[in-house]
Ligand binder design. Structure first.
Ligand SMILES: [Zn+2]
Length: 145
């Protein structure tokens, strides 16, 4: 580690990273660097452009939609729509007078609460939560510069 400015250790560029293009390990020369070399950066951006053009052609030809959902979005849509449907049903039943409510209402309400709790504590939620925290930390850091 080398001394940089007022810091005793380099605050951001000294740790090894994997090149976004070729996966090779390297030490970034500047903050936010993602590639081991200029050629890797260029080739990555060209590939990105080709992928975009390919996607645009598929949209034009009617084989794809413009904003396909990410895997995370699909995952959360399935969970939330299922929980939402159950919540609507339970809410309707909760409005009924006690003697008109299905006998298993309390049990199903309990199941719903436990299911919501389990989904909220799921691995994918934790991963998203960690990403969100990291993102907010970066945004905070950028603001204070
Ligand atoms: Zn590379």
């Amino acid at each position: 580690m080398k001394a940089v400015g007022k810091y005793n250790v380099c605050p951001y560029v000294c740790s090894m990273m994997n090149c976004q293009k070729c996966q090779k390990e390297y030490i970034p020369k500047r903050m936010g660097g993602l590639f081991c070399s200029v050629s890797c950066g260029n080739s990555y951006r060209q590939q990105l452009k080709r992928d975009e053009q390919k996607q645009a052609r598929l949209v034009e030809q009617g084989f794809a939609i413009k904003n396909p959902l990410t895997e995370d979005e699909q995952f959360f849509w399935h969970i939330l729509s299922r929980l939402g449907d159950t919540a609507i049903r339970l809410d309707e039943e909760a409005k009924l007078p006690g003697d008109k409510r299905p006998a298993d209402f309390g049990k199903r309400l309990g199941d719903f609460i436990r299911e919501t709790r389990t989904e909220a504590a799921g691995l994918r939620m934790q991963e998203i939560g960690a990403r969100l925290k990291a993102q907010q930390k970066k945004e905070e850091g950028n603001k204070s510069k």
